[in-house]
Design a protein around this ligand. Structure first.
Ligand SMILES: O=C(O)CCC(=O)C(=O)O
Length: 378
């Protein structure tokens, strides 16, 4: 189930028919002034229309909520009907609002283009699947997945990885137990542990971390993630000798990779990356839910790359109605590589104790972040 948004926006609306008139012809307000009250004066405590309320009015009108509905909501929230009508009228006639409406028209036009891609992509006979392809060639990977912004699981490409044979908790403890690593810790304290990842950074002996992983059972409270990479790359440097920069897809001249390790039950909430990404699974299984990038306006993306949709409650939806996001689901096993296309929203759940290595150093152009700008509220 999708969580409700904390504000009144409804980005999921398509073709709402909300149209701006020319600048000299502001939209007419069709709401009626409430009849003046008869009888003895009654003193009511009424909310004053302040700037946050004005912003709320403007945002709702801009996303196509009818002025009458805005009025009804304001009345139920305790605003005086007469003042609410005045404010809605003032908003609709304001030159600032008319300019915002023009910019909003451009946004809606772009939403329409994304909706075209959504519709066309769902015509693809296998659009509801994440295929498994054995030893996919570089050319096929580029033409069918990378350039098409479609996920795929690649099998048979990690067979020469020493990590697949060597890595387990005992090996890590014996080899690196005394190293100090950086991890995310105390994540259960906040639902926003990913948005505020900086607040959950801790240092711990790797041996103690491994002991916690062994004994914790199922928990999302701690996780060693890519966020901890700059410290752990040096702390666990020798680990990188056990992985192969798969030459079919990755640049050997710019070796890369991020190490992830956690107990059963880790959850990375729905978000999109700013790059194309490989997740190479070494230990344990991970379950993923993935929404295509062109469904972003259906995924309640409220801040930077993050979504309000709670992936735990969201069933897979390979063939949803047009106005709902397509949710593809897969389970990634050791020895498999998942291609996560840039902009696709994904939710990741550790089904076992897991170790994953992720990569962004593709042989193809992977610069999508240098022209990204929305790091705050969306
Ligand atoms: O494995 C995980 O928990 C999250 C991986 C992920 O979301 C990413 O690499 O972008």
């Amino acid at each position: 189930m999708m969580q409700p948004r904390s504000d009144a926006r409804d980005d999921t609306r398509m073709g709402s028919g909300h149209s701006a008139g020319p600048p000299t012809d502001p939209p007419r307000v069709v709401i009626k002034h409430p009849a003046s009250r008869q009888g003895p004066a009654v003193i009511h405590t009424r909310k004053l229309v302040d700037d946050p309320a004005r912003r709320w009015i403007a945002e709702n009108l801009l996303v196509g909520v009818a002025p009458e509905s805005v009025l009804e909501t304001m009345k139920s929230a305790g605003f005086a009907p007469y003042e609410a009508v005045q404010e809605i009228q003032a908003a609709l006639q304001s030159p600032y609002f008319l300019a915002s409406e023009r910019v909003n028209n451009r946004l809606r036009k772009r939403d329409w283009v994304l909706a075209i891609y959504r519709k066309l992509s769902r015509l693809h006979p296998r659009s509801g699947e994440i295929p498994r392809r054995h030893r996919l060639s570089r050319d096929e990977f580029l033409s069918e997945y990378y350039s098409a912004n479609r996920p795929v699981i690649i099998t048979g490409m990690m067979e020469d990885w020493p990590a697949l044979r060597k890595w387990d908790l005992d090996y890590f403890a014996a080899r690196f137990g005394d190293r100090e690593v950086q991890v995310q810790m105390g994540r259960n304290a906040s639902p926003h542990y990913e948005i505020n990842a900086d607040q959950f950074v801790s240092r711990i002996r790797f041996g103690d971390f491994l002991q916690r992983v062994r004994s914790a059972g199922e928990t999302n409270d701690f996780y060693l993630t890519a966020h901890n990479d700059s410290h752990n790359r040096t702390a666990l440097a020798e680990l990188w000798e056990d992985i192969v920069q798969v030459p079919e897809y990755l640049r050997p001249d710019q070796p890369g990779g991020f190490f992830w390790m956690g107990p059963r039950g880790t959850i990375t909430p729905f978000h999109h990356d700013l790059t194309n990404n490989f997740m190479a699974q070494v230990i344990g299984r991970k379950r993923l839910k993935i929404a295509p990038s062109w469904d972003i306006s259906l995924m309640h993306n409220f801040h930077h790359c993050f979504s309000l949709v709670d992936g735990r409650d969201l069933p897979a939806a390979p063939q949803p109605p047009f106005e709902q996001p397509q949710i593809l689901e897969c389970t990634l096993h050791p020895g498999e590589i998942l291609f996560l296309p840039v902009g696709c929203l994904h939710f990741v759940e550790g089904l076992d104790i897991t170790v994953t290595v992720s990569f962004t150093n593709f042989v193809f152009d992977n610069d999508f972040h240098s022209f990204y700008a929305n790091f705050g509220p969306v």
